[in-house]
Design a binder for this molecule. Structure first.
Ligand SMILES: *Cc1c(COP(=O)(O)O)cnc(C)c1O
Length: 397
């Protein structure tokens, strides 16, 4: 069969299954107002939790960073590592309470690169079943014995740690601190306790925790700090700069030895062009804003509380999330697509999440909140949601 024919067949199958994905073209980042195909809409779908993608000081710093060169012109190890990268790494190490940090071009590359550098065939990797795709792909690519446990299930994790111990080799447990499609938190204190008992290494993906949660001493460090865990308990943390920092890229933070080791062995760090200096400069400014404007995180928390309170009053099918990610589980792909299309017609952009991103039968709307939303905007979304869900007979009137 010709390539074209096979591609068309497979695409038709996707459409038939209601799984076909379409790209939306935006004029600019949501403020949270956004123009899509010439129409103004209100977005509840971005990961810019603190509004830093549109912060004037961050944008000014990024423009100034572009004066250092439009691109890094080589990989970090050749000549693509500038002072701004070094400063960003220093600042990330400080706010995460780690000895050192290393920037990557994306969180996907950071996860794949770290797992493949740390683990080989003789080792074991244990993952929560709902881990982000980049951790799943890293677990496959690293070639280690891959074990999984049901989402958040400590007994399941315990059994896999026993299996790994019987097999021998080093064991790494990888979890998302905040689950990207559910918004719930991993039970990190208990997971870290089990890792200690079995001598396993713990990697926490802080993509959705960095910048928006932490401890009293390290308010930006993420979910591991919020759970009271330090570098000795969570030796490897990965954070992204594309979510709360509103920018692009990612980092791994940990001991100086870990960072030195990744520079030597993480192939997605070594064999790719360095982060553009403007992105590093903008990210430095974003972290600086996080530090000096704690009201941004406070406003986000207020918006989450307001959203949940009103959604509960309206009997919407809320999940247990306490974070900026607020999924409404609708179950069936077609319902999710119909509800999100109607919301779009009425000017609201929300994520419509279907398998294979989430397990079959758990299709959902993924509503994300930001410090930039007003209570009126949140109320408007919820009122519209109620009316659309009634039309689809998801909730009773
Ligand atoms: C977004 C995300 C990543 C990937 O980060 P990018 O910088 O977007 O590649 C990794 N892990 C989790 C949990 C994420 O949500």
């Amino acid at each position: 069969m010709t390539l074209e024919k096979i591609l068309r067949q497979r695409l038709d199958e996707r459409r038939r299954d209601g799984l076909y994905r379409q790209i939306k073209t935006l004029a600019a980042a949501p403020t949270p107002l956004v123009t899509v195909d010439g129409r103004e809409m209100l977005a509840f779908s971005s990961n810019d939790y603190l509004g830093l993608a549109i912060h004037p000081e961050v944008i000014a710093a990024q423009k100034a960073g572009a004066e250092l060169g439009a691109g890094a012109t080589a990989s970090h190890l050749v000549n693509g590592h500038f002072q701004v990268h070094q400063q960003l790494q220093q600042s990330l190490a400080e706010v995460t309470g780690r000895e050192a940090a290393l920037v990557f071009s994306s969180g996907y590359m950071a996860n794949v690169g770290t797992l493949c550098a740390l683990l080989g065939r003789a080792d074991n990797i244990i993952s929560d079943k709902l881990n982000h795709a980049s951790l799943i792909d890293g677990a496959r690519l690293c070639g280690a014995n891959s074990l999984r446990f049901p989402h958040g299930d400590l007994d399941g994790l315990h059994r896999q740690l026993q299996r790994a111990a019987r097999r021998g080799g080093n064991t790494l447990v990888a979890v998302d601190g905040v689950y990207s499609m559910d918004g719930d938190l991993a039970p990190l204190a208990e997971i870290a306790g089990l890792c200690r008992d079995y001598g396993a290494w713990l990697l926490v993906d802080e993509a959705h925790g960095f910048g928006v949660m932490g401890s009293a001493q390290l308010p930006l460090a993420g979910s591991s700090a919020a759970a009271g865990l330090d570098q000795s308990q969570v030796p490897v943390i990965m954070g992204t700069l594309g979510k709360a920092a509103g920018n692009a890229g990612a980092f791994v933070a940990g001991s100086s030895a870990l960072i030195d080791y990744l520079v030597q062995f993480a192939r997605p760090y070594i064999y790719t062009t360095g982060m553009p200096p403007a992105v590093a400069a903008g990210s430095i400014a974003a972290v600086e804003r996080m530090r000096s404007e704690p009201e941004l995180a406070r406003r986000l928390q207020e918006n989450i509380a307001h959203f949940r309170q009103r959604a509960a009053q309206l009997n919407l099918p809320l999940a247990g999330s306490s974070t900026a990610i607020q999924p409404l589980l609708l179950g069936c792909e077609k319902t999710v697509m119909s509800v999100s299309a109607k919301l779009e017609c009425r000017g609201f952009l929300v994520g419509a999440i279907r398998p294979p991103t989430v397990p079959v039968g758990t299709a959902r709307l993924r509503i994300t909140l930001s410090a930039a939303h007003s209570h009126d905007q949140i109320n408007a979304l919820l009122d519209e949601l109620v009316s659309v869900l009634q039309e689809n007979a998801v909730v009773r009137s």
